[in-house]
Design a protein around this ligand. Sequence first.
Ligand SMILES: [Zn+2]
Length: 174
Amino acid sequence: MYPCGGPRFLSGRVNDWFEWWAMEIECPRCRVPNREVARFCARCGLFLEEGLDGRRVAGCIRHPHPAEIPDGYEPCAGAVALHFRTESSLGGDILIATEGINVLVFNSGYALREVVFDVRGTGKDGRELFAVERAVGALAQGAEAVLEIPSYELPAPLGTLEVALRSAEFDWEA
Ligand SMILES: [Zn+2]
């Protein structure tokens, strides 16, 4: 359906407007096409704003009502709503420096599944100690997962830890 009877009668400017109006984006969660001007998916309600680096993929799309992030968490690279902190595998602060480490990942945004993280540890001298992949089956909004780095993967005391999202799928909200 064209305004004014058909596109050949429209000026270029109106045509541009029409093309913009008619452009569709596929919802990255339910795969339904939506008009680009729509802010939320007509079927599943996903926020359709462009995500991190312009990508509309799981882990990169901001949630319009994020869960409150607990104190002491820092952002995971490559994600908008994943945050992490570390603690000793014995519980609490890291004490003896070579004990195992638990990386606690908190999701403040959309529910995710098949979440894969790259975890990289650097020693106090800046040397890389380990670089491992960790996967989490499901991570709902407001939920936390534990990524374990056992002591045998820690050849020396940890200086800094980086956690980056490698990939994820959207999960359905509970
Ligand atoms: Zn959708």
